[in-house]
Write a protein that binds this ligand. Structure first.
Ligand code: ASP
Length: 303
C-alpha cells in the first residue's frame, strides 16, 4: 500500500517584521503547492523538495537565489544541499555566484556525480557542463540588498555580533518530504549571512549541519546563525535521536534548546521521519513554515 505523503517547508527563522509576514506566507504556500504536486502525482520526495526550494529561490522575499543578502564585497554567494534518504546520496554547492537555482546544481551533483560537494568556480563549471545555464552575479542582486548592505556597513553597529542577532534576517529556505514509496529527502538553500566574508560557508550546504536525510532516521533542514549549527552538526544530531525512537516533534524542540543552551545559537528546524511524524521548532520570534499532508494543510510564522 502506498505511504501517505507529507511535505514540510520553512522560509527562515528570525524576527520577521509585520509588513513582511504576508510575503513570507505567500512564499511558503506557493512552494508547498509546487512540492505537493510532485508528491500527489506519485513523484519522489527528492523531486518534491527540489521543486519546493526552487520556488523559494525564485521568490525575492527569501535569502536564497535572487534577492539574497550580499557579502562584504557586495556579491551574492550561494550555498545549497539536497539529500536522498533512500540511498544517502547527496549533492551540495558552496560559494557559487553565477547560479540562480543552486539547488538544481546540487541535484545534478547528487544524480550525475560520484562526489558530494563542489564549490565556487568548480561548482559553476560542473553545473554548466550538466546543462544549467549560468547567470551574471548582478542578475541575482536586488537594489534592496545593495541598500541593506550599505546601511549595515555604515552603521557602527555593523560589528561581527550584529550579524548574528536574531533580529537580522535568516531567510534561508528548506524542505523535507515523505513520498508514496515511503522515502524521505531534504533540501536547504541560502545566500548566507549579511556582510559575510567572501568565501565564508554556512551550515546550510554542509551535510548533517543544515540538511540531512536518511530513511532510517529522519530528514532535517535548519536555518539560523550557521556557525553554532555547524559546530553541533545539528541536523544529524536530531536525526540520530529520531533513529533512537524519539518523535521528531519532540526532537526538533530539543535540538533548538540544545543549540541555545550549548552555544547561545538561534534558529529553526524542520524534521520528518519515514512514518510521517514531523516537528517544527525555533527559538527566534518567528519562523515561516508550511505543512501539507493528505488530510491537512497549514502554514504560519509562529509555532
Ligand atoms: N544558516 C544560514 C547561514 O548561516 C543563514 C540563514 O539561515 O539565514 O549561512
Amino acid at each position: 500500500m502506498p505511504t501517505n505523503p507529507v511535505l514540510v517547508i520553512h522560509g527562515g527563522a528570525w524576527a520577521i517584521p509585520d509588513d513582511m509576514v504576508e510575503a513570507h506566507l505567500n512564499g511558503v504556500r506557493t512552494a508547498i503547492a509546487a512540492g505537493w504536486r510532485v508528491l500527489d502525482g506519485g513523484g519522489s520526495a527528492l523531486d518534491a523538495v527540489e521543486e519546493a526550494v526552487v520556488v523559494m529561490e525564485d521568490d525575492d522575499t527569501f535569502d536564497a537565489g535572487r534577492g539574497s543578502f550580499l557579502n562584504r564585497d557586495g556579491k551574492v554567494q550561494l550555498d545549497a544541499l539536497i539529500m536522498d534518504g533512500a540511498t544517502l546520496r547527496a549533492g551540495g554547492v558552496g560559494c557559487v555566484e553565477r547560479i540562480a537555482n543552486p539547488i538544481r546544481a546540487a541535484r545534478k551533483i547528487l544524480s550525475d556525480s560520484p562526489h558530494v560537494y563542489f564549490v565556487a568556480e568548480g561548482a559553476e563549471r560542473f553545473a554548466a557542463e550538466h546543462g544549467i545555464e549560468l547567470c551574471k552575479n548582478e542578475d541575482l542582486i536586488l537594489p534592496r540588498e545593495i541598500e541593506r548592505l550599505r546601511e549595515f556597513q555604515s552603521r557602527s553597529a555593523g560589528s561581527e555580533n550584529d550579524i548574528f542577532s536574531a533580529t537580522i534576517s535568516h531567510d534561508t529556505v528548506g524542505a523535507v518530504a515523505l513520498d508514496q514509496q515511503g522515502n524521505i529527502a531534504s533540501a536547504t538553500s541560502t545566500g548566507g549571512t549579511l556582510n559575510k566574508a567572501p568565501g565564508r560557508l554556512g551550515d546550510s550546504s554542509l551535510i548533517g549541519c543544515g540538511c540531512y536525510a536518511d530513511n532510517k532516521s529522519a530528514a532535517a533542514s535548519t536555518t539560523g546563525w550557521g556557525e553554532p549549527i555547524m559546530k553541533l552538526v545539528l541536523a544529524k544530531w536530531a536525526a540520530d535521536r529520531v533513529a533512537s525512537g524519539s518523535l521528531p516533534e519532540w526532537i526538533a524542540a530539543e535540538a533548538i534548546n540544545y543549540l541555545e543552551s550549548r552555544l547561545g545559537g538561534h534558529g529553526g528546524m524542520i524534521l520528518l521521519d519515514a512514518d510521517g511524524n514531523f516537528g517544527i521548532a525555533h527559538n527566534t520570534p518567528r519562523m515561516a513554515w508550511a505543512v501539507k499532508t493528505v488530510n491537512d494543510e497549514s502554514s504560519g510564522v509562529r509555532r
